[in-house]
Design a protein around this ligand. Structure first.
Ligand SMILES: *Cc1c(COP(=O)(O)O)cnc(C)c1O
Length: 293
């Protein structure tokens, strides 16, 4: 029996804090802080809440009784959706990429099921196929479809609200990038004098810029950059160096980073600091977008 305790606890944005980050290697004239979006809830941690809350509100407003979305067998997005849908009293369907999870459900999928999400398994060709998506809509006519990762306009709009926790004195804001949804919302909502740096934890992740630019008006399409140099072998890949980094970071800062996104972002930020990328007196805010469970 899986424990679902704590899932129905309130999502508490009042817990969001800005914590100083220490490292013996930082020059004295550079300040590094972390915005703790990971603290809002045990399961719906970080940016997933911001990308989903408007999607759920819209679904309910227009009378859809079900939300349907997509993700892998370890998807934090599906987990967050299951949790939020349960608390809002709306049905949830998760389309899982790959048939493997059906045979051997991951902890994520087990929790999704325990929270009332109906799971459907799609093979890799079906998963990304438009005809299959149309078929799902026909099969579930009351379902509001949310793209993988909450990557739609409601997701981008919801992410804009993260900027209200970012004081104007920060010269640089750094965040991890998966679909680019949070990044796009941030670029739209932050002052254009703030530099926004995105860290993609996958090989060739620079292509994500093409998923971001179309959603920025020309006046907001400035002062941003996507890096993909710190994927550490590829998306979801973990090695001894990464684990050591996470341990050291936790020992010094008492903050746990996740192995997929935020740890690779911090390795990237630290490398840029060492390379002298940031100007003297830079005030850098790194976003802890969650990913822990
Ligand atoms: C999902 C996720 C991201 C990616 O966010 P996008 O809006 O898809 O770019 C970043 N960090 C963490 C911890 C996540 O779980």
């Amino acid at each position: 029996m899986i424990s679902t305790s704590g899932n129905m606890d309130t999502i508490n944005t009042a817990l969001i804090s800005i914590d100083p980050i220490y490292s013996a290697e930082y020059p004295e004239n550079i300040q590094v802080c972390m915005l703790r979006l990971d603290k809002i809830h045990r399961w719906v941690s970080g940016n997933k809440w911001f990308k989903l809350f408007l999607n759920l509100e819209e679904a309910q407003r227009w009378g859809w009784d079900t939300v349907l979305s997509f993700g892998g067998a370890h998807s934090n997005h599906l987990l967050a959706l299951a949790s939020i849908a349960m608390r809002k009293g709306i049905k949830a369907i998760g389309v899982v990429r790959g048939l493997h999870g059906q045979v051997k459900p991951t902890q994520t999928l087990q929790l999704c099921t325990a929270w009332g999400m109906q799971l459907i398994y799609a093979d890799r060709t079906q998963y990304g196929d438009r005809d299959y998506h149309a078929e799902l809509q026909t099969r579930y006519p009351n379902a509001f479809l949310i793209p993988e990762g909450g990557a739609n306009e409601y997701g981008r709009k919801g992410s804009e609200s993260i900027a209200q926790w970012i004081p104007a004195h920060f010269s640089h804001v750094c965040c991890a990038v998966g679909t680019g949804t949070m990044f796009t919302g941030l670029r739209r909502a932050l002052p254009i004098t703030t530099q926004l740096l995105g860290f993609a934890p996958m090989k060739g992740g620079k292509y994500l810029a093409e998923h971001i630019r179309p959603y920025l008006t020309p006046e907001k399409d400035t002062q941003w950059k996507i890096w993909d140099d710190w994927h550490m072998g590829g998306f979801g890949k973990i090695n001894a160096l990464l684990l050591q980094f996470i341990q050291q970071f936790e020992a010094i800062n008492h903050i746990t980073l996740d192995p997929v996104y935020t740890s690779k972002m911090m390795i990237g930020v630290n490398s840029l600091i060492q390379q002298g990328y940031f100007p003297p007196h830079a005030r850098i805010l790194c976003i802890h977008s969650g990913g822990l469970r």
